[in-house]
Design a protein around this ligand. Structure first.
Ligand SMILES: Cc1cc2nc3c(=O)[nH]c(=O)nc-3n(C[C@H](O)[C@H](O)[C@H](O)COP(=O)(O)OP(=O)(O)OC[C@H]3O[C@@H](n4cnc5c(N)ncnc54)[C@H](O)[C@@H]3O)c2cc1C
Length: 90
């Protein structure tokens, strides 16, 4: 975007894809970490408890996951799948 080469029309949906994928993946990972820690994962004395809370909110703020999906779906309906594909190798 800063380089001025990005397609502005699809940028919003591409950002939504990145935000959705990263925040959902992070929560899956930290959920597994809490599970591995067992009861300690729920204990505030351990950092995973705090990370769980901090990552959980990423699915909510700056646009919830449901809203990101609406943005992506709208763009897919309008422009099709090709324009939202990332370049090979990225
Ligand atoms: C710790 C924290 C800090 C924040 N900081 C800021 C800040 O600095 N600046 C700022 O502007 N905002 C901030 N927010 C607000 C944040 O952006 C909102 O919480 C977020 O956008 C969700 O809005 P909401 O809480 O009103 O939930 P709602 O919009 O009421 O959503 C509730 C649920 O309904 C779902 N939903 C809503 N509409 C639809 C729909 N059309 N289709 C399907 N599902 C839907 C949502 O996905 C969610 O699951 C902060 C929030 C938190 C928790």
């Amino acid at each position: 975007m800063d380089e001025g080469t990005a397609d502005r029309k699809t940028l919003h949906a591409k950002a939504a894809i990145a935000k959705l994928a990263a925040s959902e993946a992070a929560v899956r990972v930290i959920d597994r970490c809490v599970q591995i820690f067992g009861g300690r994962g729920y204990d505030r004395a351990y950092r995973v408890e705090r990370l769980y809370r901090e990552l959980r909110v990423d699915r909510i703020w700056e646009g919830t996951s449901e809203i990101q999906r609406l943005i992506i779906a709208g763009e897919l309906v309008r422009r099709g799948t090709d324009v939202l594909q990332l370049p090979t190798g990225s």
